[in-house]
Design a protein around this ligand. Structure first.
Ligand code: FAD
Length: 294
């Protein structure tokens, strides 16, 4: 985001700091609009030398440890909800991670609300005031979709690998047959394997396309489809793996249980599965991708 939107010297300074180890978080989501990330209620207020940001964001991954925060908010209090500006704010200027959040899964990273009460120098408004959605809903969105698609494709692949190995290992004493000998499970795993290959091919092709088109400010329908397919697949594959592991899968700390919990987050990461379907549906009908919802 900084590389794409900030001007020098801010761009160079902060990219160097991140390269040297400082951590940046993206604090975009707000309670009022939730998954509908292209519309925000909070607003920046212009003051001498810069802007005052006094707002709360409902989610930011790495909020507890981040040194820097990328914060989208309305350009000014009278702006439309889609007229958004991007700010780069340092934690020491007044960003606090609120109460710690205990996720059902993805415990390797911390995510949660942040409270911002900061005076931000004018030069750290990144890009054209009010026009951040030109980037957030296209190039940035494509990368986010692709990252989620690749992540949850990996979850699905790992779940399938674990499930297949378990099917071979689990042999019933009364028949001498393994789960892998049952056509019911062969077919179920086979169907998921086919879906995984299809999702993998889509994600790989989309990665190449998104890379080539980066900077062109267009939204990739393939990236939307890839995120939708991979996240749904991760939920189905981890659920099937849980079935195959039987009671032992329900053990806290079992790898398959961890994947099952992690997979749940994919479908709600923006855009949620429903919103992704709605955006794709709007595009299929020749409408603008982002509507007022409902
Ligand atoms: C672990 C985790 C990490 C996150 N990290 C970040 C981060 O680093 N930065 C960040 O900015 N955000 C982050 N988020 C936020 C995330 O990307 C989602 O935007 C957010 O969780 C969704 O908002 P919400 O919880 O208010 O859900 P809601 O928006 O209330 O959604 C609830 C349900 O309503 C549906 N819905 C929503 N809008 C509509 C509509 N218009 N029409 C029909 N149905 C609708 C959704 O599909 C969903 O099923 C994170 C979330 C989690 C769980």
């Amino acid at each position: 985001v900084i590389a794409a939107t900030a001007n020098e010297p801010v761009r160079g300074e902060y990219l160097s700091r991140i390269a040297a180890g400082e951590i940046a978080a993206y604090a975009g989501t707000e309670r009022g609009t939730g998954s509908n990330f292209w519309a925000l209620e909070s607003a920046a207020v212009a003051v001498a030398g810069g802007f005052r940001l006094k707002l709360r964001k409902s989610w930011a991954t790495l909020a507890e440890v981040a040194d820097l925060f990328i914060i989208p908010t309305r350009a000014h209090p009278d702006a439309e909800m889609t007229e958004i500006s991007l700010f780069l704010v340092e934690r020491r200027e007044g960003v606090q991670a609120a109460e710690p959040w205990k996720g059902t899964g993805m415990r390797g990273s911390s995510s949660g609300p942040v409270d911002v009460d900061a005076l931000v120098p004018r030069e750290r408004l990144m890009g054209t005031p009010g026009r951040a959605n030109d980037y957030i809903t296209t190039d940035m969105f494509n990368l986010l979709l692709l990252a989620h698609a690749a992540l949850y494709l990996g979850v699905a692949e790992e779940a399938l690998k674990l499930a297949a190995a378990r099917m071979v290992r689990r042999v019933f004493a009364h028949t001498g047959q393994a789960l892998a000998d049952h056509s019911l499970w062969q077919a179920r795993i086979g169907a998921l394997a086919a879906e995984t290959r299809a999702a993998g091919a889509l994600v790989q092709r989309t990665a190449v396309d998104v890379d080539a088109a980066y900077g062109g400010r267009t939204l990739s329908e393939d990236a939307l489809a890839g995120k939708l397919c991979a996240c749904g697949l991760a939920r189905r594959a981890t659920d099937a793996a849980m079935e195959i592991f039987g009671g032992s899968g329900y053990n806290r700390g079992e790898r398959v249980e961890l994947l099952w919990r992690d997979a749940r987050a994919g479908s709600l990461m923006r855009p949620s599965d429903e919103l992704t379907q709605m955006i794709l549906g709007r595009l299929a009908c020749g409408m603008a991708p982002f509507g007022s919802g409902g």
